[in-house]
Design a protein. Structure first.
Length: 545
């Protein structure tokens, strides 16, 4: 799968794990033992859109990420609901990584059972991540096929001509192991997550950026960001599947006198490789964060654009404990396997339990994220443990104050096909929602006209898309966390329960515009959620809850 525009030590070294494999898993690991399939872990309707071209070479290296089921899923859901609800006495009493592992992760015995099995099949076991819910491993295609009881074939997409590999059937494991496994990521690379921004292009006045687009002063003025709060002492993570050039960031920061420190780069599973067309995305994310929260420390988590790379990169962010993450890469829910969504959702849920908040772009294809002529939403913006960020057209006055705002036609929004509506969203449940999770939750400047002023790939220009809106909201979270820390209050963490409890206070309610199937209206709607933020009034409301 393609998306649009390991930190903790292993319990035992792979060599030791292999040496300690019990006799029960030696050799062929009981080839006659009962096996069970991992449901939802195969691409749907593969033959309808792709042609098989052969078998994956047996010696090709494959990286997998094996997701484990929480030992108490219902209890975890209840805990997150309470710790994220400002009306609960448990609000803000987040778990440490060790506490999460002890309470909701698999036992060490369960993890060892999985790692012993993988090692017995010849795989090299990598990190066992914080939470005891994700295990990395690598091996040859032959070893992977043997371990997971499936075959890997090469395919060619009939529409795009792109070549990829995929498992021909759902993976299976010995029943005792399958009972604790929810997903095996890495058995296909059919899709790539896509990044959301509209292409960099030059423009003219009235916007004050050198190549067009709004400047930091215009964005902060439009959203009433006080100069008192800069994100000092705060951290923000960026999920990326491409690289960037620091020289571009330095030029941007220097031009606007932001004084931001260079971001830290954390490469996951070797990073994304060479610079590609997603470079603009990465530089947009960094520069927008610097524009609104210039003193925040930014860490770029750069991973491979693959199923396993996605899960590992999200997990690396959670392992780091960085409290705010901006996400500008995604794909329609219908373009993912259900088990992949389950695996990523589990990482977000762990993050929510530990006080981490994720802000994800809702997509730039309006109400038809999949481009199939119907209605569909982007994932991970549709995840119940993520704040989905839609798009607007923002107009500011000559003194950089908010003037008006409308829904941007490209902003993603609608109802999920995967998730039921969460309890904190039921007060604004719409009849069109059909009892499903509604997207987006909030919105911000995204329309490429005016767009934001960006320096990328050696030139100035303006960029739009919900890729700009997501870091605008992540920056607000950093500003809020700075104020909360000063007031002795907990950080925002998973933001949605608190944002919905505000019931519109602190938001610019956007009542005009459409994203295709849906139109903006008073209060929450499918185009802009609650709307964009008035930083000063929203922070005051959240601090008082």
């Amino acid at each position: 799968m393609t998306l649009r525009l390991k930190l903790l030590a292993v319990a035992a070294a792979p060599a030791l794990l292999a040496a300690a494999v019990p006799a029960a898993y030696a050799a062929s690991a009981h080839p006659d033992a009962v096996r069970a399939q991992i449901a939802g872990d195969v691409l749907p309707n593969l033959s309808s859109h792709a042609v098989r071209t052969g078998a994956v070479a047996q010696g090709d290296r494959i990286t997998v990420a094996v997701s484990l089921k929480s030992r108490d899923t219902a209890g975890l859901d209840t805990f997150v609901a309470k710790v994220s609800d400002p009306r609960s006495s448990s609000y803000g009493h987040y778990l440490t990584k060790a506490q999460f592992a002890a309470r909701f992760g698999r036992s060490d015995a369960d993890v060892k059972k999985v790692t012993d099995y993988l090692a017995a099949q010849g795989l090299k076991v990598g990190a066992v991540h914080s939470g005891n819910l994700l295990v990395d491993a690598t091996g040859t295609a032959a070893q992977v096929q043997k371990a997971f009881g499936t075959s890997l074939s090469t395919y060619k997409d009939a529409a795009t001509g792109r070549s990829f590999y995929a498992n021909d059937a759902a993976p299976s494991l010995p029943a005792s192991i399958a009972s604790v496994v929810s997903d095996v990521s890495g058995l296909n690379n059919q899709a790539k997550l896509r990044h959301q921004p509209t292409a960099l292009k030059p423009a003219a006045a009235p916007h004050n950026g050198p190549g067009g687009g709004y400047t930091p002063a215009q964005i902060k003025g439009g959203y009433n960001v006080s100069g008192t709060y800069t994100g000092s002492g705060q951290q923000v993570a960026l999920l990326e599947f491409d690289g960037f050039q620091q020289s571009n960031i330095t030029t941007y920061d220097s031009h606007y006198g932001l004084g931001s420190s260079a971001p830290t780069v954390h490469k996951v599973d070797g990073g994304s490789g060479s610079l590609g067309d997603g470079q603009v995305e990465v530089e947009l994310d960094i520069e927008v964060l610097n524009a609104v929260a210039p003193a925040a420390k930014v860490t770029v988590f750069e991973g491979p654009n693959s199923d396993a790379g996605e899960v590992d990169t999200y997990q690396a962010i959670v392992d780091s404990g960085i409290p705010v993450t901006s996400i500008s890469w995604g794909a329609a829910e219908t373009q993912r396997t259900s088990s992949n969504i389950t695996a990523v959702d589990a990482v977000f849920k762990q993050g929510a339990a530990e006080g981490l908040g994720f802000f994800a772009a809702s997509g730039d294809s309006g109400s038809d994220d999949a481009g199939t002529g119907g209605t569909s939403v982007d994932y991970p913006a549709s995840d119940p443990y993520v704040t989905g960020v839609g798009g607007t057209t923002l107009t500011v006055t000559s003194s950089n104050a908010w003037s008006r705002e409308t829904a941007w036609s490209g902003g993603g929004g609608g109802k999920s096909s995967k998730f039921a509506i969460p309890s904190w969203q039921t007060p604004v449940q719409k009849s069109q929602g059909g009892g499903k999770r509604q997207v987006p939750d909030v919105a911000a400047l995204a329309n490429p006209s005016p767009g934001v002023s960006i320096y990328s790939q050696g030139s100035w220009g303006q960029v739009g898309g919900t890729s700009a809106a997501a870091p605008e909201w992540a920056a607000f979270a950093a500003l809020y966390n700075q104020q909360a820390a000063a007031a002795g209050k907990p950080g925002l963490g998973f933001a949605n329960p608190a944002l919905y409890a505000a019931n519109g206070t602190g938001f610019h309610d956007i009542t005009s515009g459409s994203n295709g199937a849906y139109s903006a209206g008073t209060g929450w709607d499918f185009t802009t959620g609650w709307g964009s933020y008035n930083a000063a009034t929203l922070a005051t409301k959240l601090l008082s809850q």
